[in-house]
Design a protein around this ligand. Structure first.
Ligand code: NDP
Length: 326
């Protein structure tokens, strides 16, 4: 038997609960993992609360991230005892996920735990941190360099935002952090932000083009914020767009793209190819100051995930949440 969060949807409604499951209830898969740590991401919040239709099959064990040790494997490249990390691939949405003490998965989805990190640290990074790195890689791919000027991070005090601020600052960029929580200014400065701006300056409907300010941007928020970020980009700047914390809409014009050559680079972590994942984890091992992870991370137990989910969606949780599943 093992403990897990389980989401049901039936005539009695949509609900998440902590329960005990038998090993033979686990889904098909060629690798079994004893989970050491998991995390709570924005998407896990959506899954647990049912606020958006993230979960596609019921009952579902949520949790888009896990780190643990392989207990059984018939996959040619995954061995018993391997320390592994999993992010995405529809786990916690269409396949049982990481908010449990055990998981059975496709070995192709696993990446080796980088030597630079403990399992807990890898989960402090989690999908949010790995996505922040994918955003940084996207900016680099489009030629954004520290000497070009300020880079903006929106939703900066959240999980993706916090890691993005820390990474970009460490890489020498001048980072401006946008937050709705001015009380987190000290925290964001600790992570390396040079300046803090109020979320409200970006979240209301704005003009098609504004003053050219940002050489690059990481947007975790979407909606009017993303439209305003695009409108405030410098000539040939790049925005890495990964999130929808304000909304899924994108009420923008083409003006920044056709008049300033701005690039809107979409970032998806879920189905990202394995090579890119390995590159992102390698770069996290090189470029993330692990000493900052403690400041970024809070820890909860499996039973606390259900109450924490709505607070996370309400933007009340700072940085990252690791889940001790044991
Ligand atoms: P968090 O909840 O940790 O952070 C989101 C942050 O967005 C909040 O902390 C808050 O930051 C800001 N925010 C919240 N509500 C609003 C609002 N109404 N208007 C403007 N800003 C708001 O989530 P994550 O960091 O885990 O994820 C961030 C986003 O990125 C989510 O939308 C998530 O779905 C998406 N995501 C996408 C991935 C991909 O593969 N594309 C992977 C991972 C995440 P502050 O208080 O500083 O303003």
């Amino acid at each position: 038997m093992f403990k897990a969060v389980l989401i049901d949807k039936d005539d009695a409604g949509y609900r998440a609960r902590l329960t005990e499951l038998a090993d033979d209830a686990l889904p098909e898969g060629n690798v079994s993992v004893r989970v050491a740590w998991s995390t709570l991401n924005y998407k896990d919040g959506l899954a647990i609360t049912g606020k958006m239709p993230v979960v596609r099959k019921f009952p579902m064990v949520p949790g888009i991230d896990l780190a643990g040790t392989v207990e059984a494997s018939s996959h040619p490249e995954v061995r018993v005892g391997d320390a592994v990390v999993l992010n995405g691939w529809g786990v916690g949405e269409t396949h049982w996920g990481g908010l449990a003490q055990r998981a059975r998965l496709d070995g192709d989805w696993l990446v080796p735990l980088p030597a630079a990190f403990s399992a807990r640290q890898a989960m402090a990074i989690g999908t949010a941190g790995y996505t922040a790195m994918l955003c940084v890689l996207a900016l680099e791919r489009h030629g954004v360099t520290p000497d070009q000027g300020e880079v903006l991070v929106t939703g900066a005090a959240g999980g993706v935002g916090s890691v993005a601020v820390a990474l970009l600052a460490r890489l020498g960029y001048t980072v401006v952090a946008s937050t709705g929580r001015p009380e987190e200014a000290g925290y964001l400065k600790t992570l390396g932000a040079a300046e803090i701006i109020e979320r409200d300056t970006l979240s209301a409907p704005g003009k098609p083009l504004g003053k050219e300010r940002w050489a690059g941007a990481v947007d975790t928020v979407g909606s009017h914020t993303l439209a305003n970020v695009c409108a405030g980009m410098r000539y040939r700047g790049t925005v890495a767009a990964c999130g929808l914390a304000q909304g899924m809409d994108f009420p923008a014009t083409v003006a920044p793209f056709i008049l300033r050559g701005v690039t809107l680079a979409g970032v998806d972590s879920v189905m990202a190819p394995r090579d890119l994942r390995l590159q992102a984890w390698q770069r996290l091992a090189r470029d993330l100051d692990v000493a900052l992870l403690d400041a970024i991370t809070s820890e909860i137990g499996l039973s606390e995930t259900i109450d924490t989910a709505p607070r996370l969606l309400a933007g009340q949780v700072r940085g990252r949440v690791v889940v001790d599943v044991n």
